[in-house]
Design a protein around this ligand. Structure first.
Ligand SMILES: *Cc1c(COP(=O)(O)O)cnc(C)c1O
Length: 345
């Protein structure tokens, strides 16, 4: 039996990135572990980072917060970025979760229920979640953090970064007693001015570069590997896979690996996707199937059982993402639940 595709998560690389970001931003790292820690497994990731000193975590959904509370016990602070809807209050309080309040209505609701600790999200220009600076309330009981989020942190040359920073600086003066959190991964790399009191990185903890390309200061954390299960010779003039996606203009040796779009290999790998095999970067040939993909291994000594890597230490996740027209975030969160997560380091 071939071994199934795996997502190997290197926990020592994770902790190295955690400390690198902490050093660069000059403030504590409050890891963002939404979407199951970008697909890596929030339980293992958060446990490991807690041992490294993280005491505050961010998730998106209430249910993610409830699961994380179960995993981590009562000690750490867990913020839920979705805020608090009318039906959420009791669940937030039962699990001692802190909502990130995004609207005046949410503030009224939380205070009306004797809410407790919370954060306030101030929108400084992204127009996604948060209260506009001109509507920012007076400090109130339980307010432990004010935060904002950068829209263009992956592009240091974008003038919006400095504008948002200035807007946040100004509005946060209203809350002199409150922890200020501003920088996501990209923000940490914009410089110490962007760090404020607490950092909120996600992708760079997991090895993704801040500008959508590899950064030598970060280590690869996730490796998506699979195994070749058949090798075949394709004569000149024949085609490979669905819709004749690849035509052999000369004879080719083709490896078929047991991994496909049902595992999270995006179909948009066609036509530019590549994988690492036998220490080379080789093109994926034709369409990705549900459970299989074909790789050009012409002139390589490859047989069934040979590992391939879709992304990881040998194939930068940012490069793998740009070859299919997307970002590392989407590659990580696309790895299907049928792919076992294996923790090392
Ligand atoms: C997802 C998210 C983050 C983390 O962003 P990265 O780019 O992954 O570092 C931080 N803050 C907010 C509000 C987010 O939604």
């Amino acid at each position: 039996m071939p071994s199934p595709a795996k997502l190997i998560v290197d926990l020592s690389a994770l902790t190295a990135n955690f400390h690198t970001l902490e050093r660069m931003g000059g403030a504590p790292v409050h890891p963002v572990v939404k979407a199951d820690a970008y697909g890596l497994g929030a339980a293992a990731v958060a446990r490991k980072l807690m041992m490294e000193g993280a005491d505050t975590f961010f998730v998106a959904r209430l249910a993610e917060g409830e699961a994380l509370r179960q995993t981590l016990g009562s000690r750490p602070n867990i913020y839920v970025m979705d805020g608090c809807g009318p039906l959420d209050i009791l669940r937030l309080q039962a699990a001692r979760l802190r909502p990130v309040l995004n609207t005046p209505e949410q503030i009224r609701r939380w205070l009306g229920s004797d809410g407790g600790s919370c954060a306030l999200h101030i929108d400084t220009g992204m127009n996604r979640l948060g209260i506009r600076p001109e509507d920012a309330p007076e400090p109130f009981a339980g307010l432990d953090m004010v935060m904002s989020h950068l829209a263009c942190a992956d592009d240091p040359s974008d003038a919006m970064n400095a504008a948002q920073r200035a807007a946040f600086e100004l509005v946060s003066r209203r809350y002199p007693e409150t922890v200020r959190s501003f920088a996501n991964s990209g923000g940490v790399f914009l410089g110490p001015d962007y760090g404020f009191d607490a950092l909120r990185p996600g992708i760079s903890l997991y090895g993704g570069g801040p500008e959508g390309r590899t950064d030598s200061r970060l280590k690869a954390v996730a490796a998506f590997r699979a195994e070749v299960i058949q090798v075949r010779d394709v004569p000149e003039g024949e085609t490979v896979g669905y819709a004749r996606g690849y035509s052999a203009s000369q004879p080719r040796k083709v490896a078929i690996a047991a991994v496909g779009y049902a595992d999270g290999v995006l179909r948009s790998n066609y036509p530019d996707g590549k994988v690492w095999v036998a220490d080379e970067l080789r093109p994926i040939l034709g369409r990705v199937s549900m459970d299989l993909l074909a790789v050009d291994v012409t002139d390589l000594a490859v047989a069934a059982g040979e590992p391939i890597e879709l992304f990881g230490p040998h194939r930068a996740i940012d490069d793998a993402a740009s070859d299919c027209g997307t970002i590392a975030y989407e590659l990580l969160t696309s790895v299907n639940p049928r792919v076992p997560r294996v923790y090392v380091g």
